[in-house]
Design a protein around this ligand. Structure first.
Ligand SMILES: Nc1ncnc2c1ncn2[C@@H]1O[C@H](COP(=O)(O)OP(=O)(O)OP(=O)(O)O)[C@@H](O)[C@H]1O
Ligand SMILES: [Mg+2]
Length: 501
């Protein structure tokens, strides 16, 4: 490694304080980044990671503290100032303009000009973009409209944009939360190439295995404070976890249970190439896991059952009665709930308060008369989940968009938990959620099953499916390729079925 401790850091921040109304987001935070290193930043949801990065990119101003770039004290008064000093960020939520092309997004606001500066030099912009993509070994058309790309490819456009600024400091805020394994490999290859060119990378993630693989150092934050910085290669992950959560986590016990009557029965479900002859049943009190690689068809099955997509053929029975579910409204009436993997689009109204989001879908339960809502009961219910899932918010009246990414997801989960449904489908329930809250969510799902709910969990994280499920179905290319229970269910047996054509 060319990282020696006496190298001048590319960037260092010290004694950073930042408060929002009712929230101390950062208290004496610090961080430093060396040339050519990947420095992971870890901490529970709401620990202050994104806020610290926004200060390092001029989006927020700190209430107190100092920022040094290559040893020089600087003032990052706005994002342009940060960009000019070679700092780029790829946000947790991507910020591209969907209707513009890749090239236009990369050069927005600083398009190369021709004809005495009157015209945008489209050809040069396109050629420069193509060169950036070539350097990243990405097969992308500079003229493609960004809105038509997958999240992974949009991310590549963001990285190309960072490269176009010749950034020496690149911040990635949970870059792998919505991309598949192959795309992760590509991203890591790009990161390694950037490292070799001396670029420093700050890498925010909740995934321990990624930290082991690509990080040189790890800094842990908790409750807005700096806790410690450790070498990634030689530090036990369990140590990092205990620094992050600052308390003991419930032990991971494997789920058991067999369930009662069949509540959901699916027979010969078909939809194009996505769902091929899928049949299974789900029992009362059971947690049924759906494992498989991304794109195996698990989400498609969930959406079809929930009435979000039409089916070509097949039969769905609920409590022994065949039903035609034509819309999510039909499904909800029949007692189904679906926590979709795409929370932003289906789960939340971010301009509403935390309390309203949690209780919104169960409003009838809290209505005293037809007109008036029972406010006290509603906020009691919301508060209950805020405590159980450790949702970090100053109060139920906080606007949801002001919460950290992971805490917004916890709200979506509470929302569905609060609804009275017999059959709950959770699609990637813990994506972007920190390790402490994950344990809480597992406990909650288990207790729901114990209360007699029937639960389907779709998860790409093998330890999660293994830990949660009483029974596991594995899918590959739209088909169910096998069923596993008890001792037969292992990471290896799942992977074998998941890749069985
Ligand atoms: N603009 C804002 N207004 C009010 N509160 C805010 C604002 N931005 C962040 N916060 C609060 O500051 C705290 C830190 O949030 P931050 O987004 O930095 O957390 P994080 O560590 O990135 O979490 P996650 O892992 O969930 O993304 C949270 O309690 C959050 O609700
Ligand atoms: Mg964040």
């Amino acid at each position: 490694m060319h990282n020696t401790s006496d190298t001048v850091p590319l960037i260092s921040v010290e004694a950073i304080h930042k408060s929002f109304p009712g929230v101390k987001a950062l208290v004496n935070a610090r961080f430093d980044l060396r040339p050519g290193e990947v420095h992971a930043l870890m901490g529970e949801n709401g620990a202050g990671k994104s806020t610290l990065m926004k200060i390092m990119t001029g989006i927020y101003q700190p209430d107190a503290g100092e920022i040094h770039i290559s040893g020089q004290k600087v003032n990052l008064s706005d994002p342009r100032a940060a960009q000019a000093l070679g700092i780029s960020i790829i946000h947790q939520e991507l910020f591209l303009m969907n209707h513009l092309t890749a090239a236009q997004n990369i050069y927005i606001g600083r398009e190369p000009r021709k004809g005495f500066g009157v015209f945008v030099d489209e050809a040069k912009m396109r050629a420069d973009t193509a060169a950036l993509f070539a350097r990243m070994k990405v097969d992308l058309d500079p003229d493609v409209e960004v809105g038509t790309l997958t999240v992974a490819r949009q991310q590549l456009v963001e990285i190309a944009k960072a490269l176009s600024f010749n950034s020496r400091i690149l911040i990635m805020d949970e870059p792998t939360s919505a991309i598949n394994d192959k795309e992760v490999e590509h991203l890591f290859a790009i990161i390694n190439d950037l490292k070799a060119h001396g670029v420093g990378i700050i890498y925010i993630t909740h995934k321990m295995d990624e930290v082991k693989r690509i990080a040189d150092r790890v800094t842990v934050m908790r409750d807005g404070q700096y806790i410690d910085t450790l070498p990634a290669a030689t530090t036990d992950m369990s140590r990092i976890i205990s620094l992050m959560v600052g308390r003991e986590l419930a032990d991971a016990t494997r789920a058991t249970g067999q369930g009662g009557d069949v509540v959901l029965d699916v027979k010969n479900l078909n939809r194009g190439r996505a769902i091929r002859n899928v049949s299974f049943s789900l029992r009362k009190g059971e947690i049924l896991g759906f494992a498989g690689l991304m794109g195996a068809g698990r989400t498609e099955v969930a959406r079809a059952i929930f009435g979000a997509d039409p089916i070509d053929s097949g039969e769905i029975s609920i409590h022994g009665v065949t039903q035609a579910i034509r819309s999510p409204q039909d499904a909800v009436r029949l007692g189904l709930a679906y926590l979709s993997e795409d929370r932003k689009h289906y789960g939340l109204v971010t301009s509403m308060t935390v309390g309203d989001n949690v209780t919104m879908s169960s409003w009838p339960r809290f209505t005293r008369s037809r007109v008036f809502m029972n406010d006290a009961r509603m906020s009691a219910a919301a508060n209950d989940y805020i405590q159980k899932l450790r949702i970090k918010t100053p109060s139920v009246d906080q606007e949801t968009r002001l919460l950290s990414g992971g805490n917004q997801q916890k709200i979506v989960i509470s929302k569905w938990l609060l609804r009275d449904c017999d059959i709950l489908i959770f699609d990637e329930p813990t994506r972007g959620i920190d390790i402490g809250a994950k344990a809480e969510i597992y406990k909650l799902l288990q207790s729901l099953a114990d209360q007699g709910k029937a639960i389907i969990v779709i998860s790409s994280e093998l330890p999660e499916v293994l830990r949660l499920s009483h029974r596991i179905l594995v899918m590959c290319e739209g088909r169910i390729t096998g069923e596993l229970t008890g001792r037969d269910a292992t990471q290896e047996s799942i992977m074998t079925l998941a890749t069985q054509r």
